[in-house]
Design a protein around this ligand. Sequence first.
Ligand SMILES: Nc1nc2c(c(=O)[nH]1)N[C@H]1C(S)=C(S)[C@@H](COP(=O)(O)OP(=O)(O)OC[C@H]3O[C@@H](n4cnc5c(=O)[nH]c(N)nc54)[C@H](O)[C@@H]3O)O[C@H]1N2
Ligand SMILES: Nc1nc2c(c(=O)[nH]1)N[C@H]1C(S)=C(S)[C@@H](COP(=O)(O)OP(=O)(O)OC[C@H]3O[C@@H](n4cnc5c(=O)[nH]c(N)nc54)[C@H](O)[C@@H]3O)O[C@H]1N2
Ligand code: SF4
Ligand SMILES: [Mo]
Length: 896
Amino acid sequence: MAGPETIKTVKTTCPYCGVGCGVLAQVKEDGSVAISGDPEHPSNFGRLCSKGSALGETLSLDDRLFFPEIEGAQASWDEALDLVADRFTQAVREYGPDSVAFYVSGQILTEDYYVANKLMKGFIGSANIDTNSRLCMASSVAGHRRSFGSDTVPGTYEDLESCELLVLVGSNLAWCHPVLFQRVEAAKAANPQMRVVVIDPRETATCAIADLHLALKPDSDVALFNGLLAFLSEAGALDQAYIKAHTNGFEDAVASAGACEINRIAEATGLARRDLATFYTMVARTEKTVTVYSQGVNQSTTGTDKVNAIINTHLATGRIGRAGMGPFSVTGQPNAMGGREVGGLANMLASHMAIENPKHRAIVQDFWQSPVIAEKPGLKAVDLFRAARSGKIKALWIMATNPVDSLPDADGVADALKACPFVVVSDVTRAADTVGYANVLLPAAAWGEKDGTVTNSERRISRQRSLLDLPGETRPDWWQLSEVACRMGFKEAFDYSGPDAIFREHAALSGYENRGSRDFDISALAGLALSEFDGLEPVQWPQPSGMGSGEETRFFANGNFYTPDRKAAFVATKVKEPRETGRRFPFVLNTGRIRDQWHTMTRTGKTPRLAAHIAEPYVEIHPVDAKQSGIDAADLVEVKSPYGAVTVRAQVTEKVQKGTVFVPMHWTDQVASQARVDAVVAPETDPFSGQPGSKFTPVAIRKKQYSWYGFAVMRSRPQALDVDYWAIAPTNGGWRIEMAGIEQTDLTAFSERLMGNATEPLRLEDRNAGYLRVAGWCGDDLDGAFFFSKDPVAVSRQWACSLLESPTLSRDQRFKVLAGRPPADMPDKGAIVCSCFQVGNNQIAAAVKDGAASLSAIGACLEAGTNCGSCRSEIQAIIDGFSREISEDVDIAQAG
Ligand SMILES: Nc1nc2c(c(=O)[nH]1)N[C@H]1C(S)=C(S)[C@@H](COP(=O)(O)OP(=O)(O)OC[C@H]3O[C@@H](n4cnc5c(=O)[nH]c(N)nc54)[C@H](O)[C@@H]3O)O[C@H]1N2
Ligand SMILES: Nc1nc2c(c(=O)[nH]1)N[C@H]1C(S)=C(S)[C@@H](COP(=O)(O)OP(=O)(O)OC[C@H]3O[C@@H](n4cnc5c(=O)[nH]c(N)nc54)[C@H](O)[C@@H]3O)O[C@H]1N2
Ligand code: SF4
Ligand SMILES: [Mo]
C-alpha cells in the first residue's frame, strides 16, 4: 500500500550529537515526517544512528509548551517579555550587572547563542553567561587555549579514517557518536593495518572494534600520557624539527613527565606492564596516529591536564594538522562548537576572542557599538548556581538545558532555583524537571520548527531548517532574546529581521580586525543574502574572505599557532594523587550515556522504539563487589554520596572494574522515583576549566529491602504512581512500569485502582511460586497486566509488553496469558537490541544457534543491524558470546 504523499523534502541537520549528520525530512500530507540520512552530507553520507532515525517519532506535541506562562498562569508574549525585561533591568539597576545571569546550552543554534552572548557581555555588561558546555567541553577549550593559544580542533573526520592508529580516550564512540564510529568501523575493515586502542576504565560497546582495551584506574590518564611522552622521548620517536620550529616548553614538559618507569606507571594506572609497553610501542611506531577524546577526559578534576598531556604527545611527534594525525576532541552536543565560536562560555568573548585581552574587548565593543563590555570572566556553571543559592543572583534565564538534572549536586541546584527571586525557563516541553522552578516559562520552537546553523566536531557549519509551522505561540530562542533586549532599551542593536541577519553579523565579527590573528574566521560568509543563507551547503571553517575553494582546512601542520609568538606551548602536566574514596564512601561512581537516550530524555524518551533498548535506570556493579555487598542481579540498589542518592536496578557485570560502579545520566523525576544521578555527583571541578568531574564521586552502595516487586504494562499512563520505587517507559500501545513497595499492601486492590476503568479483572495467585498476577480488559483490549512477586519479577519484559499489541483473547487464553503460558503466536523476543526492526536478544541468539555466525548472516535472516547500524557491536557481542556460553541471555528484570 502506498503511504501518504510527500508534500516537501527539507534538508536539515540532526539535533542530537556533535557528529552533525545531515537529515532529509519528508513532510507528508497527513502531517507525519519521514526521516532519512542525507546521502550528500559530508558528515554521514546518508547514515543515521538509532536516535537520528527515530526523529520523526519524537515530533508529537504531547507535553509541548504552547503559551508563555507567568507564575503558572497563561500570559501573552507582551506580558511575559515585558516582565522579563523589567526584572532584569531592575536587578541590574539595584544590584549591578553581575546580579543577573543566563545559563544556556549547546543545543541552541549559533544565532540564538550569538544574541544571548551579545546581550549579556555587551549590553548588560556582565560575563555571567555560562552554558552546559561547561559540563561538557570546558576542559578541552581550556586545554586547547593553553597549548594552541586558541580553542582550535585541528583535524577532520577523514583523519579518523585515514589514520593507522586510532586511540579513543574516555570516549564511548559506538554509543555516543555512532555514525562516526561506523565510519571508523568501515575504514578499519578496509585497512587491515589500522589499529584501535580504547582507554576507558569500563568495557563499553566501543571495545568491539578495539585491538587493545586499556581499562585504566579512574582518573589516571595523566599518568598514562605523561608516561607516553617519556617513552617517546626515550625511544627517540620525537620530531625534533617540529619541536624546535613550532613549540615552546618541551624540556619542562618532559622533565615534569619524569622517566618512563613502567612499574611506576603500571602502579598509577592499574594497567599491566605488557599492555603499557604494547600501547607505547604502537604509538611510537605509528606516524598516522589520531587521539580522540571525550568525557572520560573532559569531565574530571584533572580534565585540562589530561587534554594537555594528550596534546603534548602530538606536538612532540609533530603529528598534528596532517592527514590521519592529530589530537581530536569530539564534541557532544549538536552545537557545542557553535557556542564556543560565539563565546558562550563565561570566560570567553565573541568570535574566539579573549575576555582578558583589552585589544579583543575593544574590537568587540567597537564592532557591536555597545555601551559596555564585560571586563572579567563571569561565573562558571557550578559557581553560578552556588551564587544563586546564596542569593547573589537576582534574575536568571535558563535556556535549552535542564540543570536540575544535569549539574552535579543537582538537589543543591534545585535549592538555588528556589532561592533565586526570578527564574525564566525557555524550553519546548512541560515534562522537564527544571520547568517546575520557573517564574516565567517561555515556549520555544523545537527542532523541525526553528531555523539557523550549527557547527559539528570537525568545524563544519550546517543548516537546521524549519519544516513545520510553529505550534501554538512558540517562538525561536533568538527572537525571545532579541525581544527582551529591545525592551531593555537596546533596540538598535537587536532589531534582527531573522537568523540570516544574525548569521551575517556573526560572520562579519569573525573577520573584523582579524587579519589572520584569530583561528575563527568565516568572514567569507558575511555577505550571504537570505536566499544564499537558506541554500547554504555544509561548510568547514576557516572561511576567511577571499579564501578559494579546496584550500586546506586543517590547522597547525606548519605551526602558526595563535599564541603571541605563534608557537605552541607544551604544558608541564603533573600526576596528581588519586582522590580518596574512604571507608564510608568506598566506591567510585562513574556516569555516562546509553545508546538510545539523549540526556534528560525530554525528546528521545517519547518513543517506544528507543525505550525498548534499556527501559529502566540501572547500576553496573562488579560481581565481587556485588557479592560482598549482598547484592544479586536485578536487586534494587541505593547509590549514595554525601550529596544525595538514587535507587536503581543492579546489573552485575565484569564490564566495570572492582571498586567502581556506573550509572547512566538520563533518568529524571518525570520517569522514575529516585534516579537523578546528578543528585549524587559531587560538585568538584577542574581548577582551570571549572568543569565538574562527573565521572568520579565517592559513593556507598547497599541493597534496598522491599516486601514486594511488580512489573506492569498499562494501556494509559497512570495519574500518580504512589509506590516506593517506580520507573516508567513508553512501549508500543501503552506503558511499562517497574515497581516495588516497602510495606505489604493489597496488591489486587492496588492494581485495580491503577487500571481505573478496566472491567472483568482476572487474578491468578500461586503461593508456592510466590507470585500474584492481575489483568484487566476494557472490552477486547487489555487495559493492564500486573506481575507481582516477593523477589524481583522474573517475567520477560518484552513478552509482557507485546500483550498490549495482542489480538482479542478468549477467557481461557487470558488465563493462560496470566499464567505466563503465551499462545504460540506470541513468542518472547527478548530485550530489544535492534531498535529499527525491533529485534530482540532471544531472536538473535536463536539465529546464532541456528548457524548465523556473522553480522551479515544475522542481517540477512532478521534484518537486525541493517538500517542505522547502532546495534552492530551488541549483535557482534552476542555472536562472540555464543562460542563462550549462550545460556545467560534471558536476564530477569535487567534493563530489558
Ligand atoms: N546516545 C547518546 N549519545 C550522545 C549523548 C547522549 O546523551 N546519548 N550525548 C552527547 C554529548 S552532549 C556528549 S558530551 C557525548 C559524550 O560522549 P562520551 O564521552 O563518549 O560518553 P560518556 O558515556 O559520557 O563517557 C565516555 C566514557 O568515559 C569513561 N570514563 C570514565 N572515567 C574515565 C577516566 O578516568 N578515564 C578515561 N579514559 N575514561 C573514563 C566512561 O566509562 C565512559 O565509557 O555524547 C554525545 N552523544
Ligand atoms: N552525571 C553526569 N552529568 C552530566 C553528564 C555526565 O556525563 N554525567 N554530561 C554532561 C553533559 S556533557 C551535558 S552536554 C549535559 C546535558 O544536560 P542538559 O542540557 O541539561 O540535558 P538535555 O536533556 O539535553 O536538556 C535540554 C533541554 O532543552 C530543551 N530543548 C530542546 N530543544 C530546545 C530548543 O530549541 N529551545 C529551548 N529553549 N529548549 C530546548 C529540552 O526539552 C531539555 O529540557 O549534561 C551534563 N551532565
Ligand atoms: S550520529 Fe546519530 S545522534 Fe549523532 S548526529 Fe548522527 S544521527 Fe544524530
Ligand atoms: Mo555534552
